[in-house]
Design a protein. Structure first.
Length: 92
């Protein structure tokens, strides 16, 4: 399994469960700073776990979505992500 920071796991969990989201939507759901969400999304896109796509409703806010094939390829366990994300959210 790939080593990702906790913030990236929390963001990944949101993308898996909530579907494509903008960075602003992610921030409002997980209560992380803008910079932390940006760094998490950069980690996820660098590992090809999520992709950035154009948001046709607001071109200023791109949408990010998970690549499920890449998650399977990297053997990322969704239950582990859910557990770690839940623990992090309770700590906030």
């Amino acid at each position: 399994m790939v080593s990702l920071p906790m913030s990236a796991l929390v963001v990944l969990y949101q993308l898996v469960t909530q579907g494509p989201l903008t960075p602003k939507q992610i921030r409002s759901r997980v209560k992380l700073s803008p910079r932390t969400v940006t760094n998490a999304l950069k980690n996820l896109t660098d590992t090809s776990l999520c992709k950035r796509v154009a948001n046709l409703h607001d071109m200023r806010q791109p949408l990010y979505h998970v690549d499920p094939a890449r998650m399977r390829e990297m053997n990322i366990d969704f239950d582990f992500i859910r557990l770690m994300s839940t623990v992090h959210m309770k700590a906030l």
